[in-house]
Write a protein that binds this ligand. Structure first.
Ligand SMILES: C[S@@+](CC[C@H](N)C(=O)[O-])C[C@H]1O[C@@H](n2cnc3c(N)ncnc32)[C@H](O)[C@@H]1O
Length: 240
């Protein structure tokens, strides 16, 4: 069977044993195929909004002789999916705002799963903020890097998050900060570099907007440096 790439392997690793698993926007279907093959789940509901990807998923299930283990549904988000017998869901490889709109469109269904695995390709800060403000808790996170790209993967339960943390962690991931992640410092340094570039660009412009953008970037870099320092001292204390 085709190997999962680094991103999907990290999604796979956050899945826990259950009976029926829904993969929204499955495309090739590799995630549910691997979960079934390794007995993490018994059955899958595989959905996609487009016919081509859903067809690909069906073909792959045929190829690996697992056609009887899955139901295929052509639909957008949670629409037309009877979630009553589904334990968990993944929504991966999509933009953060699309993931939010899927959760928002059918809140009752979204809140009915034991756990959700979300892998936004962008706007992860908006996803974390949405989850925090809408009665979900991120119980585990991963941050992986594949060919210069960072990918965030969030495991979520439908239960209110009662922790209090600075809003910078909507950008950075509070779980990654608390539990540690091998790519966390690299990710902060990347964000610092992006903001230094903003400052450089603004320097050559002589407008109020550029001045404001520069101040914002300077402030953000200071906050990032603060988190980095806290993280490093926390790690140091843990090791020695
Ligand atoms: C980039 S692929 C990601 C495939 C797989 N989930 C992964 O992470 O590798 C995104 C898939 O989501 C599907 N998609 C986009 N919007 C969707 C929606 N609202 N509901 C369900 N599927 C959607 C697309 O057709 C496409 O197959």
């Amino acid at each position: 069977m085709v190997n999962l790439d680094i991103r999907l392997k990290a999604v796979y690793d956050l899945a826990e044993k259950c009976d029926t698993f829904l993969d929204i926007g499955s495309d090739h279907g590799y995630l549910p195929l691997h979960l079934i093959k390794n007995n993490i789940i018994n059955k899958a509901v595989v959905s996609d909004i487009n016919e081509g990807p859903l067809f690909n998923a069906k073909e792959n299930f045929e190829l690996y002789k697992m056609r009887d283990k899955a139901k295929f549904i052509l639909t957008g988000g949670l629409r037309d999916i009877d979630t009553r017998d589904i334990d968990a869901v993944s929504i991966c490889g999509m933009g953060g705002e699309l993931i939010i709109s899927i959760l928002e469109e059918d809140k009752t269904k979204a809140k009915g799963f034991d756990y959700l695995i979300l892998q936004p390709m962008n706007s992860v800060n908006l996803v974390r903020k949405y989850l925090y403000e809408n009665g979900y808790t991120i119980v585990k996170e991963d941050l992986v890097k594949d060919r210069h790209h960072f990918y965030n993967i969030l495991k979520v339960i439908p239960k209110k998050d009662i922790r209090e943390f600075d809003e910078i962690f909507f950008d950075l991931g509070y779980d990654l900060f608390k539990e540690g992640n091998e790519n966390f410092i690299d990710f902060i340094n990347y964000k610092i570099r992006v903001n230094k570039k903003i400052i450089e660009n603004c320097k050559s412009q002589n407008s109020e907007n550029a001045k404001r953008a520069m101040e914002k970037a300077v402030d953000y870099i200071n906050r990032l440096e603060g988190v980095k320092k806290d993280y490093e001292s926390k790690r140091c204390n843990r090791v020695y």
